[in-house]
Design a protein around this ligand. Sequence first.
Ligand code: ZN
Length: 390
Amino acid sequence: MLTSDQRVSECNEFIGYALHQFPGQCERGLAKSITRCKRCIASPLFARIEDGLCELCRAGDSAVSAAGQAAADEDERAELHGILQAACGRGPADYDALVMFSGGKDSTYLVHKLRADYPTLRILALTIDSGFASSVAMQHVSTVSASLDGVDSMVMRPHRDLFYRAFRHALTHPKPGSCYLTIDLLDGELTFDIGRNLAASMSIPLFLAGTSPAQLRLLHKLDWFERPRDIMLARRTHTTGGYAVTELSKEDALHYWWDGTRWPAERVPRNILPYHAWGYDEQFIKSEVVRLGYIEEGFDNPLITNNTLIPLMVCIDITRLGYCGFEPEFALLIRDGKADRTLWRNLFDAAAHLAEKGQFLPKCVDDVLAQLDLSRDQLGIPHPRAPGFE
Ligand SMILES: [Zn+2]
């Protein structure tokens, strides 16, 4: 297994290469950058581009005018504030809110802001260690939990087979669409379902998560801060990416998936996604978690603060689809002015350039493959042609 330091250093070398050497290599004709939409970074592989602009940018994507949007945001913020305010100290048992806490920047800032704005909200920060969380993420979890005064936290580690079996099945039985929309989403859904079940079993009335509005729109077709109640009251039979839960889990593990019919309705938590109402600014959140001393500068990249399958999923998507499945989400953030265009364009272009040669984070990729008892050949991704970035 790679140590945290090895993982961080391989990721930082890649980021350094993408931002500093790769643009020069493109100028000298040694690498090629993809011709992308000049406003966001949509590539012609997933969006139609005309006169330099993608179809989404041409359509003005967000249909609401800036003024209308601001008014709607105001009402939405007020409604969420009412719910959180009313929940303070009111849960029937020991906690008012269970907050999903991955150790990444979004959930760290979410817990911080809830603590600051609602000091009497009794929060349980829950981390699920799937066995595939990066050691960097797990270190953050313990450092940040220790520094969040007044918040109880808990790490739950389901038995090893649960995520191992689900990931292995999904990777070897690909569904249409990117890994991001199938496997990464499955990971998030199983993780959140475990949290939802825990909230219900502990009679915690609110279940909160740091999902960004872009993720809500792209993945869940949700344009509001609360997951619809009818979904919360129902049983999950499939993941959003199309896997039946019965193909991912053995009979005796099906209870980890959410089943709203298992609980009396009053025990089913409200599922709240505060960033939709608060607004989400990736740069602002990054700088705040660094400024507040939760996360060290340079340790805030999702490549290292997220689960260890991310580099593998990037390789698979680039091999199968020609682009990385995370690109549409970042294109949306950039279009909304919430993420840096040059930074992400260079990272995605450099990732594509290296992945085609098997040289995108090879140590991280081989490490997680070994953990899953899978090989590059089984998944159809190239072996590294040469060490380094040439
Ligand atoms: Zn565009």
